[in-house]
Write a protein that binds this ligand. Structure first.
Ligand SMILES: [Zn+2]
Length: 81
């Protein structure tokens, strides 16, 4: 059985779901997907993309003023999962 294919929000490439980082923005916080609500995917290459936070802001329809908050949340996610 093959895993479902999902799209990376940054490069729009399609990858097996299990190879992607799944994130969500909920309760004013960017976090790894907790199993409920809307989520989106980032491929391994794009996890270090310089414009990752801007893509997340766009996909979550956030105000640009949250860019630093998104960046620091990403830092934590990459450090601690
Ligand atoms: Zn990508």
């Amino acid at each position: 059985m093959s895993s479902p294919i999902r799209m990376c929000i940054v490069c729009r490439g399609r990858f097996p779901q299990e190879s992607l980082l799944r994130l969500q923005y909920q309760d004013f916080k960017l976090q790894t997907f907790k199993g409920i609500g809307r989520s989106f995917y980032v491929c391994q290459n794009c996890q270090s993309a310089p414009k990752l936070s801007e893509h997340i802001i766009k996909v979550c329809r956030l105000d640009k003023k949250y860019k630093e908050m998104i960046k620091s949340a990403l830092k934590e996610i990459f450090l601690y999962g």
